[in-house]
Design a protein around this ligand. Structure first.
Ligand SMILES: C[S@@+](CC[C@H](N)C(=O)[O-])C[C@H]1O[C@@H](n2cnc3c(N)ncnc32)[C@H](O)[C@@H]1O
Length: 220
């Protein structure tokens, strides 16, 4: 993989100090820069990211994903369902080396990118699994199952909650649709063993637009 364009050409929109706080210091910031560089080059040429996303790779994609780490307990086992080019799983794994993160993605060309990115970023806390969420085995073991832009909330609950342990949590990154999706899909969520969904925001102290997350605990 080549990193032709320097990530420093793409403005993060936050200070160096803020980047350091989000990614836990210089090593994390350097990895995040490398990842942005990969998205802006290989991510575009392989059709994983639209070219129009380049100016907003930092804020809209990488930082909005990384701040979700603040909702996750230390040393958790995390699954990212429908990871695509690694969002939100890779920024979370960069920000939090104490977490074990598994990126679940069914499409081969995306998993090839993910394998290469993990190697290039030198991340030893990340695994890549090529599978649909429904096929993942074992089920019922993850502490936290994250997802972003994968499916409507009811369908996501059916895919993500079986992968979480009892008392574990699914965290679905959702925008303004969060409340409407909860209202529309509340019976599906309950049927999938989800306790009362909560809408949380994270990254508010760092980002102009905080990340909105629907958090659902798996009932026994
Ligand atoms: C719109 S992309 C979002 C990718 C990434 N999460 C992001 O925010 O950029 C949706 C992703 O979900 C994956 N996907 C679709 N159905 C899935 C399933 N049943 N299980 C796991 N992933 C799935 C697709 O292959 C695709 O990579």
């Amino acid at each position: 993989m080549t990193d032709e364009s320097s990530a420093s050409e793409i403005e993060p929109g936050v200070s160096r100090e803020t980047l350091g706080s989000i990614f836990g210091g210089d090593e994390g910031v350097a990895r995040a820069e490398t990842y942005v560089g990969l998205l802006a080059t290989e991510g575009i040429t392989r059709g994983l990211i639209g070219p129009r996303e380049v100016p907003r790779l930092w804020e809209r994609h990488v930082l909005n994903s990384a701040v979700v780490a603040e909702l996750i307990d230390s040393r958790s086992e995390v699954l990212d369902v429908g990871s695509g080019a690694g969002l939100p799983g890779l920024p979370i794994a960069i920000a939090r080396p104490d977490l074990s993160v598994t990126l679940v993605e069914p499409m081969e060309r995306r998993t090839v990118f993910l394998f290469e990115a993990v190697q290039e970023l030198g991340l030893d806390n990340v695994e890549v699994v090529r599978a649909r969420a429904e096929e993942v085995d074992p089920k019922g073991e993850a502490d936290v199952v994250v997802s972003r832009a994968v499916a409507p909330l009811g369908k996501l609950a059916n895919w993500c909650l079986p992968l979480a342990r009892t008392g574990g949590t699914m965290l679905a990154l959702k925008g303004r649709s969060a409340a409407d999706e909860i209202e529309r899909d509340k019976y599906k969520i309950r049927k999938a063993k989800g306790e009362s969904p909560e809408i949380l925001t994270c990254g508010g102290e760092f980002l102009e637009v905080p990340t909105t997350v629907v958090s659902i605990v798996k009932a026994g």
